[in-house]
Write a protein that binds this ligand. Sequence first.
Ligand code: FPP
Length: 250
Amino acid sequence: MSKSLRKQILKQGDLPTHIAIIMDGNGRWAKARSLPRVAGHREGINSVREIVRICGEIGISYLTLYTFSSENWNRPKREVSAIMKLLLSTIKKEIKNLHKNNVRLSTIGNLEDLPSDSRQGMLDGIEMTKNNSGLNLNLALSYGSRQELLRAVRRIADKIQSGKMTQDQISEETISRELYTASVPDPDLLIRTGGEARISNFLLWQSAYTEFYMTDAFWPDFREKELLNSILDYQSRQRRFGQTGEQVSA
Ligand code: FPP
């Protein structure tokens, strides 16, 4: 099933360059099995591993995962601490394998907010994989899009105040350049698992023309077949970027 889906997708040829995912539903996956929420996060890591592997194999260039939002700090202390520990143990366990598979790790968000061991684990992983040329795996950690935009505005204001640029030099590109995603193309496909239909402060600026795909599957159940189906759905869409269908297909 997955093999023929893969073939179909690759034959079609217009793969998304950048896939971004809001990984939702870990808690509900666990609840449905009368397990603690953290068991859902643990199982979610198996989905992360599989989705990263498939993206690498089929030739996706960028994968951005909404791993921990600025707002997630408001969850019960115990859950936050369990997620931070999971992050560190996962990165320590997986980094060699990621490196072997030519994955380049990066993060967006305020890494300073993380406990120092988790932050250092991430920085070590980024350093180890910095020259790799395969999949760019970008983890959004303590990330919020409004906070990112606020930071960009402040950085631009600083440049104006110090005379490095003038007000009329501010353009869309100036703003894009001051975001965490400066070196990353805008996402082509944004997937949200877990049945909700909202953007939750994720890549607001960057997803102006992104195709959205929502699925009821909880994140721990989102695996190869679900990913390939989302790409197939993406490939059936006509991206118009504000133009008419006739203009685009001319
Ligand atoms: C959303 O499910 C999930 C999170 C907020 C945490 C996601 C973290 C992981 C899957 C670990 C990823 C690790 C690496 C290394 C990338 P939820 O808890 O909001 O689920 P619910 O909506 O059902 O409560």
